[in-house]
Write a protein that binds this ligand. Structure first.
Ligand SMILES: Nc1ncnc2c1ncn2[C@@H]1O[C@H](COP(=O)(O)OP(=O)(O)OP(=O)(O)O)[C@@H](O)[C@H]1O
Ligand SMILES: [Mg+2]
Length: 446
């Protein structure tokens, strides 16, 4: 499970959520304020309407008191469909009412000032020395409708602005972290062969200390590796000449000596010098392989190189090597020298450690898969896991120092190629198989 969290993702989600919640809270707060203010404004308007109609109604009542005594309750035409009103005397008898002024709209008995019934907001006042009560009712539904319109008008700009602000946040995060992403890619691209400092140009201040620490670490690593490689290369190189001279001298002495016993002892010394010389050769190859340069700028066809190396081995051990080549060129960015060292080590291993009387199959397919397969005893799984380490050998009677597979692995790693070692070989019950694809992926080329 991947436990690492993307800073970009966390900032994006965190800021977007935070801003959304703030937008929502501010919208709710504004809604509540608008609701309160509108209620006050409606109440004021209701009171004003009451005060406007009050003189008209009192005049009408006074006129009726002087005139003919109407036995029925007069109904006034009212064009305002939201306002209903009625006039009561102090005993609660209706003196006057507007059209549709149902008794359910009002309180049972008049309550001075503002009051609410189930469907209406009622304002009640008195006139003519508290002899009459005037109640004006306004529909709550009408008020709600207006409130809803006001809230929609308030939220509408937010609905447009919120997505724009989210996009803005994402864009700013992306732009701010662009240099960090570049830095991350630059570190990812660094392999064993590239330990040059990583560019820190225009990196955010918070990341600069990390970049400086990474570059310091790379510098220390480079110096340590350089020292190790140059020590290996120098020692191998320094050993080569004296070893060759000693070998030549021993061979000369052996040629002039007749004593059989002494000749045998000199042959042993010669064999030891041979093995030392081979070992110094391998150390030099390992130093080169670990020093990088496994890739070349130009692609090369690897078939002629493989054919030449296989031909060399076939001359030494006729009829053991079965070479299978494609009929099309296999062009690869793998360095030709590095490829030659790699193939030599794999074929040498197959000849040395494989079943002596059994053939060895060396095949290269047109897609670049190189396979070297030999017969022989199984290599135990616990040894298989460690074979590519330096100086590690499994149970073998052949001479060697355990450097061949370390060299092959260093070249493969330097070229970004996966080396697969198997025992038993694919489709067999025994034997050993080394497989790799000689076409490095485009990523390792960068
Ligand atoms: N083709 C093979 N078949 C069987 N065993 C192998 C094969 N190749 C490698 N091995 C095992 O892996 C060990 C490590 O191989 P490696 O090439 O690193 O060293 P080496 O061949 O023993 O010595 P050197 O290559 O330095 O001469 C060998 O000692 C052998 O036990
Ligand atoms: Mg070997």
């Amino acid at each position: 499970m991947n436990n690492t969290r993307s800073l970009k993702r966390n900032l994006g989600i965190g800021l977007t959520l935070g801003v959304s919640i703030l937008w929502l809270l501010s919208a709710i707060a504004s809604g509540l304020v608008v609701q309160k203010e509108m209620k006050e404004a409606f109440d004021k308007a209701l009171k004003r309407s009451t005060q406007h109609i009050l003189p008209l109604i009192t005049a009408d009542i006074q006129k009726r008191a002087l005139g003919v005594n109407n036995s029925h309750i007069p109904i006034l035409q009212n064009n305002d469909k939201y306002l209903r009103y009625r006039v009561l005397d102090r005993h609660g008898h209706i003196l006057l009412r507007s059209k549709d002024a149902d008794p359910q709209l009002f309180n049972r008995s008049p309550l001075l000032g503002f009051s609410d019934t189930a469907t209406h907001r009622v304002y009640t006042t008195t006139a003519l020395n508290h002899r009459v009560f005037i109640e004006v009712a306004e529909s709550l539904a009408y008020r709600d409708e207006d409130l809803k319109e006001a809230i929609v008008a308030l939220l509408f700009p937010l609905l447009i602005l919120a997505p724009i602000s989210f996009l803005g946040i994402l864009l700013i995060i992306r732009l701010s972290l662009r240099k960090v992403t570049d830095f991350q890619h630059a570190i990812e691209k660094r392999g064993a062969g590239d330990l040059s400092p990583v560019g820190t140009y225009r990196l955010p201040a918070e990341f600069s200390p990390i970049a400086i620490a990474v570059n310091r670490l790379l510098e220390r690593l480079r110096r340590t590796l350089d020292a190790e490689r140059s020590f290996t290369a120098n020692s191998a190189h320094e050993l080569r000449t004296p070893l060759a001279t000693a070998l030549a001298k021993v061979q000369r002495v052996k040629a002039v000596i007749d004593d059989v016993q002494l000749k045998q002892q000199i042959s042993d010394v010669e064999a030891s010098l041979h093995s030392l010389s081979k070992q110094s050769e391998k150390l030099l190859e390992l130093a080169k392989a670990e020093g990088g340069g496994a890739l070349s700028e130009q692609p090369h066809d690897l078939i002629p190189i493989l054919a030449m190396i296989a031909g060399d081995f076939s001359r030494q051990t006729p009829d053991r090597l079965h070479l299978i080549l494609p009929n099309r060129a296999v062009s690869s960015h793998l360095d030709p020298d590095a490829f030659a060292i790699l193939v030599r080590n794999l074929i040498e291993n197959a000849l040395k450690h494989g079943q002596a009387d059994q053939p060895i199959e060396v095949s290269l397919s047109h897609d670049g898969t190189l396979r070297v397969v030999n017969d022989g005893h199984l290599v135990p799984p616990q040894d298989m896991a460690r074979l590519r380490n330096r100086f590690v050998r499994s149970n073998t009677t052949a001479a060697g120092s355990g450097l061949g597979l370390a060299i092959v692995d260093a070249i493969a790693t330097g070229a970004g190629i996966s080396l697969h070692l198997r025992s038993p070989a694919t489709g067999r019950k025994r034997g050993f198989e080394a497989e790799l694809n000689v076409k490095p992926s485009t990523n390792s080329m960068t």
